[in-house]
Design a protein around this ligand. Structure first.
Ligand code: FES
Ligand code: FES
Length: 220
């Protein structure tokens, strides 16, 4: 295969470099790397067996390389070729270009990355994409019917419930999820619903009033 051998060096004899693209030294180096890789993999496997972290019999391990992952996002099916360690946030933003959900802390602290999994709000930075297989994922881009605006989005605009807007997609997804499950929320319910959503600009009072307004509109 072209380029599969290491380049010849000044230590290679003419005989060693006679065949283009391969030398005895290069071959031995390559063989050494292969042997070291095999030993490393075996070492990791035996360590996992010893520590009880190996996959149980009958369970297929995925990765570490890319695997096909089927995702249902905003009423469309997608097949992504991604590593199993890919988070849902990364899959949505990098693979599908759905950048509405924000990766802010990337560790489950701020909820800026909130999306729905079967209408339940989740932190997509803490959810593996493979764990979303078989579920319906909704992002801020798919919250309202195409070309429309969700009542919570409209109420956020009316109440001016944003400043920099970085937390806003996550806030809207949390508030809209609340209304999906509770059409008669109190302010306490809204506070609970966004208790994980951090807003550094301090828009909380307007988020509460906007969500209660949206709930009233939906009931009307
Ligand atoms: S980015 Fe996911 S919780 Fe902060
Ligand atoms: S509007 Fe700026 S962080 Fe919430």
């Amino acid at each position: 295969m072209p380029g599969s051998a290491l380049p010849p060096s000044s230590q290679d004899s003419p005989a060693e470099t006679a065949r283009p693209g391969i030398s005895r030294r290069g071959f031995l180096k390559g063989a050494g790397i292969t042997a070291a890789s095999t030993a490393l993999i075996e070492g990791v496997q035996s360590l996992r067996a010893e520590t009880g972290t190996a996959a149980p019999p009958g369970v297929t391990e995925l990765g570490p390389g890319p695997v096909p992952v089927h995702l249902h996002v905003n009423h469309a099916e997608h097949i992504l070729n991604i590593e199993p360690r890919t988070t849902l946030a990364e899959a949505l933003r990098i693979e599908l270009g759905l950048t509405g959900s924000k990766i802010v802390c990337d560790r489950g602290v701020c909820s800026g990355c909130t999306v729905w999994l079967d209408k339940m709000p989740v932190n997509s930075c803490m959810t593996l994409a493979v764990d979303a297989v078989g579920h319906h994922v909704t992002t801020i881009e798919g919250l309202a019917p195409e070309g429309g605006v969700h009542p919570v989005q409209a109420a956020f605009v009316r109440h001016d419930a944003m400043q920099c807007g970085f937390c806003t997609p996550g806030m809207v997804m949390s508030c809209a999820a609340l209304l999906e499950h509770n059409p008669h929320p109190t302010e306490h319910d809204v506070r609970q619903a966004v208790s994980g959503n951090l807003c550094r600009c301090g828009t909380y009072p307007k988020v509460f009033s906007a969500t209660l307004d949206a709930a009233g509109e939906r009931r009307a």
